[in-house]
Design a binder for this molecule. Sequence first.
Ligand SMILES: [Zn+2]
Length: 448
Amino acid sequence: MKKNILIALILIGVAVAIVVVQPWPAGDRAGSLPLEPRVLLIGVDGMDWGRVERLVEEGRLPNLAGFQREGASGVLRSIAPYRSPSIWTTIATGKTEEKHGVQGFLVDRGHTAVATPVSSNLRRAKALWQILNAADRTAGFIGWLVTWPVEEVDGYMVSSSFFRLLEWDRRETETDTHADRMAQAVHPPELLGEVAGFRVAADSVPVEDVARYLGTTDHLDDPEVQSLLAELTRIYASDLTKLALAEHLTRTVPTDLTAVYFRGVDLTCHTFWRHMEPEAWPWELSPEAVATFAPAIDRYYEQTDVIIGELLDLADESTTVIVCSDHGFAGHVGRADFEGEGATGFDMHREEGVVFVMGPGIAGGLEVADATVLDIGPTVLALLGLPVGRDMDGRVLTEIMEPELLELRPVVEIDTYESGEATEGQEPIPSPIDDEIREQLRSLGYIE
Ligand SMILES: [Zn+2]
C-alpha cells in the first residue's frame, strides 16, 4: 500500500517535474550513460580539504588526484558545531539537524544517570536507504554512523557498532543473548556469520604494517609509544575491516547504492595532532612519542587513498563514486577556543571537508565551488534517477553533471518522502557497549 502511494507520488512528481536546465541536444556520449545507474558512496570522517590539496600536490594521494583530474572535486562545507553523528545523518537525509533530530554522540533526556549513546530510532527524517527501498531500489550500508539498531533494509546494513558488539560477546553477560544483540547489528541476520568473518583483529596486524606510519621505530619499547601504537593499530584494523567487508558485499550482494564509512582519518587526527605540532600543544609530550608519531596523520591520509583506490576497483562503468567527509580538521593551532582543558574534540574540527565525484556523465577536472554536506543526499538521488524532496535542505550538484546526463535524468522533485508519522519524543535505545562508547568519546575529548 505504502509503495503504491509512493509510486503515485513519483508519477505526479514526474508530471510536474521541474527541469532545472535548458534542454540540450543529445551528445555522442549519451549512448554510453548507464540505464541502471549505481552509486558508491565512500565516507571519510574528518578528511580536510586543505590537507588533501597539499598532499595531492606532493604526489602522495594518487587516487584522489585521479578524481581531481577526471571528476569533480572541491570543498564540502560542513555545519557547525561539526558533530559527526549529526552531519553523517544530514548526508544520509539531505536535511538539517533541526529536521532529522540527531545531534551529538550522546543523548541526555535527564531520565538516566549518564547520557546514552545516540541510536537510529531518534532519526526523524527518511534516510537514503529508506527512500531507495520505497522505490524498489536496493541499498547497502557499512559502518555508517547512527545505524544501531540496524533497520530492515532491502540490501544490507552493517551497523557502526557491529564489531564492538561482536567483541562484547567474548565477555561474561547474563542479561541478553549474543543472537539478540547481533540481530540488532546486521541486517539481514543471515549475513551475521560471513560479516563477522571479515573482522581484521588488531592483534593480528604485523607491526611492520603500522611501522610505515611512524617517523622512527627506535622507541618501540617506550611504554607511551607502545600504547599509542596499539591505538593506531586498532584504527588501522578497523578501517581494513570495513574495506574487506565492502569488497566482499559489493561482489556478493550488489546494490544500487553502496555506502561505507571510514573513521581512521578523524581518529588519527584527534590522537596524533599534538605530535605533529607539539609547539602548539599546551601540555608536555614525550620526545620519543613526538619523534615516532609526527608523520602519522599525513601517512594515514596516504593509507586512506590506498583504500579509496581499492574501492574504485569495485566500481563498474555504471557506477558513480562519491568520496566525501563530514567536516575538515583544524587541530589546535591558532584557535582561541582551544586554550584550556574545557575545549572539546569538536573544537578541533572545521568547516572545510571534501567532496570528490567521478563516473559516467560527471564533468572532468571541475572544481566544485559551492557544495555543502546537505547536497550529498539530493545528488545521490538525482544520480540514481530518483526524485528529490522539496523539503530537503540541500540541492542537486547539477554543475558537476554533463548536459547529456541531465537530459537523460533531469532533476525531478516531489514534495516530501516523509510519512507524517509522529516520531517525536523517542528515547535512545541502550546497548551493551554503551560504557565502551562513552570511554572512547572521553579519550577523544568529546565528553568530560
Ligand atoms: Zn572528530
